[in-house]
Write a new protein. Structure first.
Length: 273
C-alpha cells in the first residue's frame, strides 16, 4: 500500500493592511499533528455466527477452531460433483456455460466428460497428494474441485504450485515445468485459498490423511503440497473477487453448507501460517 499523501498547506499571501490587524505572539509553540488510529479489522457477515468460535484466535488455536467449524458439512458423491460445479462455476454472462479455472474460458455445461474439448473435474489439491482418490471426503469436496479443460487438467497433473516455467498451450497466462504449475494471475489467490482450506479441513480424521502445505515442490504422493511461501504471496496479490465470493456462498447455501474461511478472511492465512 502506498504511503498516505500528506497535504502541505501553502502560506497565504497577506497584504500589509491585513497584517497590521494581526497580533503575532513573541513565541510560537508547535503542536503535533493528530495521529489517525489504525482501521479496525473488517467484520464479516458471518463473524457473529459461523466464525464466532474462531474470533480472537491466532496460530494453531485459530487453525483448530476453523477445522472444527468447516468440518460440519454435507458430503457429496463424486457423481454429484458434476451437477454442483455447473452451478458453483456458472458463467455470470451465460447461464448455459461454466468458467474454466485455468483457461478462464466459458464452456457449455453440456460439454462435461473426458474427451478432448470437454471439461472435467480438476482437483486443485491433487488427489495423489495423500492418495485420497475420489472417495467421498477430500476427493469430492467442491471447495477445491473446479471445471477445467481436459487437456489443461492433464498438463497440470499432480504438480505442486510455484512461480515459473514455460507457457501452457491453450491456457494463456499459465506456466509449467517438470514439477510445478503457475496459474494465471486472476486465479492465483483462488488456488492458494483452496489449498489452504484443504489443509484446515482435513487433518487426519475419518481415515483420511492429514493434508499440509510445505515450502517445496515435487512432493509426490505425500499428503503435502507446495510451495507455501508462494501460495501466501498469491493470497496477498489476488484478493477474493466477486466470482470467488459467490462460489463460496453457493457452496454454503446449496451444497456442503460450509465455507472457505480464507475467502471470507484472507488475513487469516498469515495468522495460521
Amino acid at each position: 500500500m502506498p504511503a498516505p499523501r500528506v497535504r502541505r498547506w501553502k502560506p497565504l499571501a497577506l497584504t500589509a493592511a491585513v497584517l497590521a490587524g494581526i497580533t503575532v505572539p513573541a513565541t510560537a509553540t508547535a503542536t503535533a499533528s493528530p495521529t489517525t488510529a489504525p482501521a479496525p479489522p473488517a467484520v464479516g457477515a458471518y463473524d457473529d455466527t459461523y466464525y464466532r468460535d474462531a474470533l480472537g484466535k491466532t496460530g494453531p488455536a485459530l487453525k483448530s477452531a476453523l477445522h472444527t467449524i468447516v468440518s460440519d458439512q454435507t458430503k457429496l458423491s463424486y457423481d454429484q460433483v458434476w451437477d454442483a460445479l455447473k452451478t458453483t462455476d456458472q458463467d455470470p454472462a451465460n447461464s448455459a456455460n461454466v468458467i474454466l479455472l485455468y483457461t478462464g474460458t466459458s464452456r457449455a455445461k453440456s460439454a462435461s466428460g473426458g474427451d478432448q474439448g470437454d471439461w472435467n473435474r480438476e482437483h486443485v489439491w491433487a488427489k495423489s497428494h495423500g492418495d485420497f482418490g475420489t472417495a467421498t471426503g477430500p476427493g469430492t469436496d467442491i471447495h477445491h474441485l473446479r471445471p477445467e479443460d481436459v487437456t489443461v487438467n492433464s498438463i497440470r497433473g499432480n504438480k505442486d504450485f510455484d512461480n515459473g516455467g514455460g507457457a501452457v498451450a491453450g491456457a494463456p497466462g499459465n506456466l509449467t515445468d517438470g514439477d510445478s504449475f503457475e496459474p494465471r494471475d486472476a486465479v492465483k489467490g483462488d488456488v492458494a485459498r483452496m489449498i489452504l482450506y484443504m489443509a484446515v479441513r482435513y487433518d487426519g480424521e475419518s481415515g483420511f490423511p492429514d493434508l499440509e502445505p510445505n515450502d517445496k515442490v515435487d512432493n509426490g504422493s505425500a499428503p503435502a503440497i507446495g510451495r507455501l511461501s508462494v501460495l501466501k504471496q498469491w493470497n496477498d496479490e489476488d484478493p477474493p473477487d466477486a466470482f470467488e465470493k459467490n462460489r463460496n456462498q453457493v457452496i454454503f447455501d446449496k451444497y456442503q453448507h460450509n465455507r472457505n474461511p480464507f475467502i471470507d478472511h484472507p488475513e487469516w492465512v498469515e495468522e495460521v501460517w
